[in-house]
Design a protein. Structure first.
Length: 290
């Protein structure tokens, strides 16, 4: 008995997300007489079981791959998100540090501005005081100039009435002051300073031990002698050959000769005043106070 059997045709179509399985079972009529129906049912059932088994296997494999791929994508996305979060956190910390630095700088600037404001206020007060003083300068100059002339005259009179201690240089100093007073290039403050300086020099003569060489007229004869003065207590002179010595008598205004006993002490006083000997107790003639 001959029979024609058409093969079982199965087609499977699988896409990225879904699987399409088409199974076509083509059964044609069997040529001839087929008496046993169980055989045909068995063949059809076997074909369906094979088709479902194939679909289940392919679907399981595809689902696992998708899950792994989805898990990898999720992990990658999580890593990227965490990196973004870290970057944002770092940026926020930098901004916070900048903010704190700006706050501290602002506080420092505030303190500095307050300090500068106080300085400006003090300078404004000083300027106001100077403006006030400038307004009185002319009046002050009008009063100080006559005073300086009086001071110079008084100084000259004092030197002439004083012991003749380096009188030539002292009177020359007074004359220079008068010349300064008539010099238009000298301002008032500088003139006043020079006058006070001359007074200070005269004051220092009262406590100085000084020697110098100058002329001395004795009995109509002009001699070159070494002078030495001990403040305004004693004024002595000794000839260059150290054989004669004199003392100025302030009461009489005359020079008096000293005895031989004072030659060595006068010589020693001249050496001490000239820094040629160490200071020691000096034995000098001194007039008793009246």
């Amino acid at each position: 008995m001959m029979r024609a059997v058409y093969p079982l045709t199965r087609s499977c179509f699988i896409t990225k997300q879904t699987f399409t399985i088409q199974v076509t079972l083509i059964s044609n009529y069997w040529l001839g007489t087929m008496s046993n129906n169980n055989i045909r049912k068995s063949l059809i059932a076997s074909a369906f079981v094979g088709a479902f088994t194939l679909v289940s296997g392919v679907a399981s494999a595809t689902t696992l791959a998708e899950l792994q791929k989805a898990h990898a994508q999720t992990a990658n996305a999580s890593a990227q998100s965490q990196e973004k979060i870290n970057n944002i956190y770092d940026q926020s910390q930098e901004l916070l540090a900048d903010y704190r630095a700006l706050v501290e700088q602002t506080e420092n600037l505030k303190v500095y501005n307050d300090h500068v404001a106080k300085l400006v206020a003090d300078q404004n007060e000083t300027l106001a005081s100077l403006d006030k003083q400038i307004g009185t300068i002319e009046g002050t100059k009008q009063g100080i100039v006559p005073l300086m002339y009086k001071m110079v005259d008084t100084l000259e009179a004092f030197i002439k009435a004083d012991m003749p201690i380096d009188q030539t240089n002292r009177l020359a100093r007074v004359q220079r002051l008068r010349d300064y007073m008539g010099n238009s290039a000298m301002n008032t403050s500088e003139m006043y300073r020079l006058v006070l300086e001359a007074y200070q020099i005269e004051k220092d003569l009262g406590t100085s031990l000084v020697t110098y060489t100058d002329k001395l007229t004795v009995d109509g004869n002009e001699l070159t002698v070494n002078y030495v003065y001990v403040g305004r207590v004693a004024l002595l002179a000794q000839s260059l050959d150290e054989k004669q010595a004199w003392m100025f008598n302030k009461a009489s205004g005359q020079w008096e000769a000293l005895g031989q006993e004072y030659l060595e002490s006068t010589k020693f006083a001249i050496r001490v005043a000239g820094k040629q000997a160490a200071p020691e107790l000096l034995k000098l003639p001194v007039l008793a106070a009246e």
